[in-house]
Design a binder for this molecule. Structure first.
Ligand SMILES: NC(=O)c1ccc[n+]([C@@H]2O[C@H](COP(=O)([O-])OP(=O)(O)OC[C@H]3O[C@@H](n4cnc5c(N)ncnc54)[C@H](OP(=O)(O)O)[C@@H]3O)[C@@H](O)[C@H]2O)c1
Length: 255
């Protein structure tokens, strides 16, 4: 049986809003020290102040996940300042919607740079730190949108599918170590990113509910966490539908 454990020190990217912010607050409430990182300094400082005022421990670090050298440096500083770190959550991400034929190349690059390369960079920069500690938990927030190519989400779906595939391989590579890997395939969560979406958002959760669910499930270090249940079931069905049926039904998913 897998032991349940609350991490002592958690490093979270994209903690200045939405899911990352809620997850930082959730872990701080559970007694973890948290390193909160993102690009917006004022939002991070405010979050750290809120956590400290409630008696928790938080240190803000400005970080753009596209910068490998900075990611290594900030991870190493956080490991010394609040660590040893035992969980890293690659959560930073951006949305991209619209018909594939209308997407401008700079937007495509931005999504892949942040969602895919940024997440993989965070995980790969954290890996040597955990290997040197002899243990650790690597987590990334991908999306149910990565399980199937959703309409008007070609680049976003692809950016998240790549992260999920990367994590699956990584988990196998790390089998003989005590470093665990979890892929969080999130469904609809009410955040600034979610607010801009063209999808109807049935069963949408608040960021706080998503964070509590994630932290509870992460205790057992599963390979994959996905929510909400109806969307998980729908995406599993979509993967086995005949292609012609999927092509007919999928456009009905967007407003
Ligand atoms: N909301 C949903 O329905 C939903 C569903 C499935 C998956 N997700 C995934 O969940 C994650 C969090 O999204 P959210 O909904 O919480 O959105 P959000 O509120 O917009 O938060 C996104 C976070 O990512 C950070 N970020 C963006 N670009 C960055 C960069 N280059 N370097 C570092 N940080 C960066 C932002 O901070 P700064 O701007 O301050 O850098 C912000 O803190 C994303 O990976 C998203 O794809 C969300």
């Amino acid at each position: 049986m897998t032991r349940r454990r609350t991490p002592k020190a958690v490093f979270i990217t994209g903690a200045s809003s939405g899911i990352g912010r809620a997850l930082a607050l959730e872990y701080a409430r559970r007694g973890s020290a948290v390193a909160v990182t993102a690009r917006r300094e004022a939002e991070l400082a405010e979050l750290a102040k809120e956590i400290q005022a409630a008696g928790g421990r938080a240190v803000p670090y400005v970080l753009d996940v596209r910068d490998e050298a900075a990611t290594k440096d900030v991870l190493s500083r956080a490991d010394h300042e609040i660590g040893p770190l035992d969980m890293v959550v690659a959560n930073a991400g951006v949305a991209a919607g619209g018909l594939a034929q209308n997407m401008a190349w700079p937007d495509v690059e931005r999504v892949l740079d942040i969602n895919t390369k940024g997440a993989i960079c965070t995980i790969l920069c954290a890996l040597p730190v955990f290997l040197s500690h002899g243990h650790g938990h690597l987590v990334a927030v991908s999306s149910l949108a990565g399980r199937v190519g959703l309409p008007r989400s070609s680049v976003y779906s692809a950016s998240k599918a790549a992260v999920s595939t990367f994590l699956q391989s990584l988990r196998v590579d790390l089998r003989s170590t005590r470093v665990s890997v979890t892929d969080i395939q999130a469904g609809f969560v009410n955040t600034p990113m979610g607010a801009g979406s063209r999808f109807p958002r049935p069963f949408e959760w608040s960021a706080e509910r998503a964070a509590t669910y994630m932290a509870n499930r992460l205790e057992r270090r599963p390979a994959v966490i996905s929510f909400q249940m109806p969307h998980t079931a729908m995406s599993a069905l979509a993967r086995v539908l005949p292609r012609a049926v999927y092509d007919l039904v999928a456009p009905m998913l967007v407003k």
